[in-house]
Write a protein that binds this ligand. Structure first.
Ligand code: DOR
Length: 445
């Protein structure tokens, strides 16, 4: 039997539960790994009481797009280090992409990710299976069997599903399991060997560009196929104005589509790669100020449902190569909440409840995860953050194994102070990394 966690009373915080329209100062009582009450529940015997006045208490944050690199890329990140970086950033659930080596394209590999995630005892780790065997884009992977082992979605992320017939099949077949097909939208006949956004900056730097159309053509195709099949398409990391607009129109027509915006795409433009800064090399690439504005508008009106990090750890040596040779990707788990609060809430783009909706309820809903609410009886996954904490991004202090961030030295406001998974405090900023040393393996499913 799993050991029962002690009851926890979070006293006096601003409790925001977007799914129930709740935003009030209240106490939150967690008993036996569940939310027992939100309001004035009193203090049961033996409860751990934490005064969280001045802080914000929300359903645990959910990131549906992370790369944990295990198996095969353990020098960049492991499932355990990634799950720890997640709780430090305030995430209680993360969805692990299958572009590992070997890829997560069969039930045994899915079971491995799930088991390692549980062993890590930090954030919950939900495996995402591949669409195609070997991520090769030719034959459908064993989707039903992967779902039985715990896959919550499928994607070939890192690569697009280029074969439209295969995407059609995936969208048809996944309806039996009610899981989304997530797509990294990129027409590779258009992106070819580009390394950054195609435009003035790429021309000045002499770097081959990736046109916006490479992403937009594929988004349009996916939306047409989702409409035709009735399947659920989830568009990953949308980076262009037309991409946002295509999704907005499809939603108006009732297409089953959900979509993500990333912190880097709502914060940075292509100018961040100036100086050949490989930390800002990411796919899809950072675009123009107008595209950043469009991603923000998409989040504000709900066209983009989720904020997802696309946490993509890479080793220093790999990022130190010439710009064209360096891999795409940047880490995001430990900076996402601060960027959301600073750029979107302080920036007047979203209200605080809207930000939490995008970082918890909506992603949980899109991937059908048991998360995203503080309703009585819900799993006690809770994030507490200090909205006023000012801090400076210091990659050397990351818990992630990798430090490839374009946000080093940036001043942010807002930081997770307590992260609770299944009723257990797994991250306590007062104790710092000490609190990570005794993480108990979670034994629940
Ligand atoms: O920048 C990226 N990095 N984009 C992707 O699609 C894949 C990811 C990775 O795996 O490094």
């Amino acid at each position: 039997m799993p050991e029962k966690p002690e009851p926890i009373l979070l006293r006096g915080g601003r409790v925001i539960d977007p799914g129930r329209g709740l935003d009030e100062v209240a106490d939150v009582l967690l008993v036996d790994g569940r939310v027992q009450d939100v309001g004035q529940p009193g203090t049961p015997d033996g409860a751990v009481v934490r005064d969280v006045s001045g802080q914000v208490v929300v359903p645990g944050l959910v990131d549906v797009h992370v790369h944990l690199r295990e198996p095969g890329g353990e020098h960049k990140e492991t499932i355990a280090t990634g799950a720890r970086a997640a709780i430090v950033g305030g995430f209680t659930s993360v969805c692990a992409m299958p572009n590992t080596d070997p890829p997560i394209d069969d039930p045994a590999a899915v079971g491995f990710v799930r088991a390692e995630g549980m062993r890590a005892g930090a954030a919950r780790v939900y495996p995402v299976g591949a669409v195609s065997v070997g991520l090769e884009g030719e034959r459908l992977a064993l989707i039903g069997e992967m779902v039985e082992e715990g896959a919550v979605a499928i994607t070939d992320d890192g690569r697009p599903v280029s074969d439209s017939g295969l995407m059609r099949l995936a969208l048809e077949y996944t309806q039996s399991f009610d899981i989304p097909v997530a797509d990294h939208c990129e027409d590779r006949t258009l992106s070819r060997n580009g390394s950054m956004n195609e435009g003035v900056v790429s021309t000045r730097l002499g770097i081959t560009g990736i046109p916006k159309a490479a992403e937009e053509v594929m988004i349009a195709r996916d939306l047409i196929l989702a409409e035709m099949t009735g399947g659920h398409i989830h568009i990953q990391h949308v980076s262009t104005r037309r991409g946002v607009e295509l999704i907005r129109q499809a939603k108006e027509r009732g297409v089953r589509v959900t979509a993500e915006g990333t912190p880097h795409h709502f914060t940075l433009t292509e100018d961040a790669v100036d100086g050949y800064r490989t930390e800002a090399k990411v796919n899809p690439p950072l675009r123009t100020a107008d595209d950043v504005a469009a991603v923000r508008e998409g989040l504000a009106d709900g066209t983009l449902d989720c904020i997802a990090t696309d946490h993509a750890p890479h080793h220093y040596d790999e990022k130190e190569q010439a710009f064209e040779d360096a891999p795409f990707g940047l880490v995001g788990l430990e900076t996402a909440l601060g960027l959301g609060l600073t750029e979107l809430v302080d920036g007047g783009v979203l209200t605080l409840p809207q930000l939490i909706d995008h970082m918890s309820r909506a992603p949980a809903g899109a991937f059908h995860l048991d998360a995203g609410t503080l309703a009585p009886g819900a799993v006690a996954d809770v994030t507490v953050f200090d909205p006023a904490a000012e801090w400076t991004v210091d990659p050397a202090a990351f818990v992630s194994k990798s430090r490839n961030t374009p946000f080093a030295g940036r001043k942010l406001r807002g930081q997770a102070t307590l992260t609770i998974v299944g009723g257990r405090i797994v991250w306590d900023r007062v104790r710092g990394v000490e609190s990570l040393k005794n993480l108990l393996p979670r034994r629940d499913g």
